[in-house]
Design a protein around this ligand. Structure first.
Ligand code: 4AD
Ligand code: MG
Length: 467
C-alpha cells in the first residue's frame, strides 16, 4: 500500500503502521474502536478498515484537542491531525500525538458495538454495522483479495472471463429451485386456458434468476476454448443450513478439449493457488482467524498447498463408508446421494484432506454430465474438504448429440427449450468439462468461519432479506 492515498495528505492506517520511518505531521481518518481517557491523557484506537490493527492516538491534556478527545465515544467517526512518533507501548510500531480532531459523526451510548465481544448470531442482526468489528473486517478484506485472486489465476492462464446472464429462462441444475422474475400482476395475472399466460410476461416467456452460469459458459468455451464465469447465483431451496445461502457467488470455469481428469487437475491447481494466495496476501487477517476462530487453521492451509489431493470413485466411497462401522443418520447404499455427514466423514476421517469423489450414479446428477461406458455412472466430480464438505461440483459434459437428447428425455427436459444448447452439439461439438466452486464455501474454508452467513456481506436465506 502506498504511503499516502489519493486524498492529499491523508494517510491510511495500514501504510502508517508499516512505515519504515516517521512521516512527521500526518492526517488520519476513521472510526474509533475504543476510547480511554483519564485526567492527564486520552487514548483513541482509530481503525479505517485498511488493516486489522487500529492506530493509537494519544492526546495529552496540554493539547487543544484534549477536551474533544475525552468526550468522544466508541464508534464515532473522526479525522486527526498530529505527529507520528515511535510508540513506547507494546504491540505497535507507531502512534500519533493528536493535535487537532475533526468530529464527522458522533455516537450516543446506544451504539451497539461497545468493547465487549459479541456473538456472531447477534452481529448478524446488525449486518449494517458488523463490518466495523475485527472479525468481519478481516472476513471482508479476505473476500476482496480472494476475488482478485480468482481473476489473477484464470487471466494468467489465458482464460476469457464471461459475464453470464443473471435473468434466464432455463434451470441449469434442473432442481426446480429458481426464483421467478416477472412483471405480471400477481393478484391478477393474464390467463389463457385457465393457466397463467407467461407469453404475456415481460420477456415473452417464464424467466427466473440463474442457478448457474454453466450452460452459457459452455457456449463460450466452444469459441474461446478456456473460459470462466464468476457471478452471483440464486437458489430458492428451502434449506436452512450453515452452508446454504439463497444468493451466493460461484466461480465456473469451462474448458474445451478436456476430460474429467483434466477437470480435476484444474480444480486442484486453482484451489491450491487460491489457498497459497491467501497465505501470502492475507497473512495478518488469517492469523487473526487462527488465533480466535479456528486454531490450527494456518497449519491446515499450509499443508493443503503442499499435498496432492486424493481421488476416489463414488462406488469406492460407498464401500468405504459401509465398511467404516460408523452409524450414520442416513444409511449409505449405492445409488443414494451422499449426505453432508457422509461427505464430512470421507474427507475428515477417511482421508483427512481434500478428496475428489468421481463417477456418480447418473440418476442423482444433472442431465448434462457425460455418460460413462458402464451405462450407470457419469463423469462427475465433487471436491470435498474437511469442515465444509462439498466445495466444488463439476463434470465432463455430454458432447454427443444423440446421447444428450436421450438424457434430456430421461430427465423430462424438452429439447426445444434448450435448442441453442443442443446446437453446440450439432455444430462443431467438442469434448469439454467444467466445475463450479462456491465462493462462500471457499471463504469458510480459508477463514475457519462456520456459517455461510458470516462470509457474505448481506446474507439472503429463507425468511431473511433485510439490509
Ligand atoms: O454442485 P453445484 O450445484 O454445481 C453447479 O451448479 C454446476 N452447474 C457447476 C458447474 O459445473 N459449472 O454447485 C457448485 C458449488 C457447490 O459445490 C457449492 O460449493 C456451491 O456451489 N453451492 C452453494 N453455496 C452456497 N449456498 C448454496 N445454496 C449453494 N449451492 C451450491
Ligand atoms: Mg453439487
Amino acid at each position: 500500500m502506498k504511503n499516502t492515498d489519493w486524498r492529499q495528505n491523508r494517510c491510511r492506517v495500514k501504510a502508517l503502521l508499516q512505515a519504515e520511518e516517521s512521516h512527521g505531521e500526518v492526517f488520519v481518518q476513521g472510526w474509533l474502536r475504543t476510547v480511554r481517557s483519564s485526567k492527564g491523557v486520552a487514548f483513541l484506537a482509530l481503525n479505517d478498515g485498511s488493516c486489522l490493527d487500529s492506530l493509537q492516538i494519544v492526546v495529552g491534556s496540554d493539547s487543544e484537542a484534549f477536551e474533544v478527545a475525552s468526550r468522544l465515544g466508541t464508534g464515532s467517526c473522526v479525522g486527526v491531525r498530529g505527529k507520528m512518533v515511535a510508540s513506547p507501548g507494546a504491540g505497535q510500531s507507531w502512534e500519533v500525538q493528536g493535535d487537532e480532531i475533526l468530529v464527522y459523526g458522533d455516537v450516543d451510548e446506544n451504539f451497539p458495538l461497545q468493547k465487549k465481544r459479541h456473538g456472531f448470531d447477534f452481529l448478524r442482526t446488525i449486518a449494517h454495522l458488523r463490518p466495523r468489528t475485527n472479525a468481519y473486517g478481516a472476513v471482508f478484506r479476505v473476500r476482496s483479495r480472494i476475488s482478485h485472486a480468482v481473476h489473477t489465476f484464470f487471466q494468467e492462464r489465458g482464460f476469457v472471463h464471461v459475464h453470464t446472464p443473471i435473468i434466464t429462462s432455463n434451470d441449469c441444475e434442473g432442481a426446480g429451485e429458481m426464483f421467478r422474475v416477472t412483471t405480471l400482476d400477481p393478484e391478477n395475472p393474464p390467463m389463457a386456458d385457465k393457466r397463467i399466460a407467461w407469453h404475456d410476461d415481460f420477456f415473452g416467456t417464464k424467466t427466473g434468476l440463474t442457478v448457474s452460469g454453466q450452460l452459457q459458459a459452455e457456449l463460450f468455451a466452444t469459441a474461446f476454448t478456456d473460459v470462466y464465469a464468476f457471478g452471483p447465483t440464486f437458489r430458492a431451496e428451502n434449506s436452512n443450513t450453515s452452508r446454504h445461502a439463497s444468493e451466493f457467488w460461484m466461480i465456473e470455469p469451462e474448458i474445451a478439449f478436456a476430460d474429467l481428469a483434466d477437470n480435476c487437475q484444474l480444480a486442484e491447481d486453482f484451489f491450491r493457488f487460491m489457498v497459497a494466495y491467501a497465505l501470502e496476501h492475507c497473512r495478518e487477517d488469517l492469523e487473526f482467524f487462527n488465533q480466535f476462530i479456528d486454531k490450527g487453521l494456518i497449519e491446515r492451509l499450509e499443508k493443503v498447498v503442499e499435498t496432492d489431493f486424493q481421488t476416489m470413485t463414488y462406488t469406492e466411497a460407498v464401500e468405504r463408508l459401509q465398511q467404516s462401522g460408523q452409524a450414520f443418520e442416513f444409511p449409505v447404499e449405492w445409488g443414494c446421494d451422499l449426505q453432508s455427514e457422509h461427505e464430512r466423514y470421507l474427507t475428515e476421517k477417511i482421508v483427512d484432506g481434500p478428496l475428489f469423489v468421481t463417477d456418480y450414479p447418473k440418476g442423482i446428477k444433472a442431465f448434462y454430465m457425460r455418460n460413462n461406458d458402464d451405462g450407470r455412472t457419469v463423469a462427475a466430480m465433487d471436491l470435498l474438504v474437511p469442515k465444509v464438505g462439498e466445495i466444488i461440483g463439476g463434470s465432463q459434459r455430454e458432447e454427443r448429440l444423440e446421447v444428450l437428447e436421450q438424457k434430456m428425455k430421461d430427465f423430462d427436459i424438452h429439447p426445444e427449450s434448450l435448442d441453442w444448447y443442443l446446437d453446440t452439439r450439432r455444430w462443431g461439438s467438442c469434448p469439454h468439462a467444467g466445475f463450479g466452486l462456491g465462493f462462500e464455501r471457499f471463504l469458510m474454508y480459508i477463514t475457519g468461519m462456520e456459517n455461510v452467513r458470516d462470509v457474505i456481506p448481506f446474507p439472503r436465506t429463507p425468511g431473511n432479506a433485510r439490509f
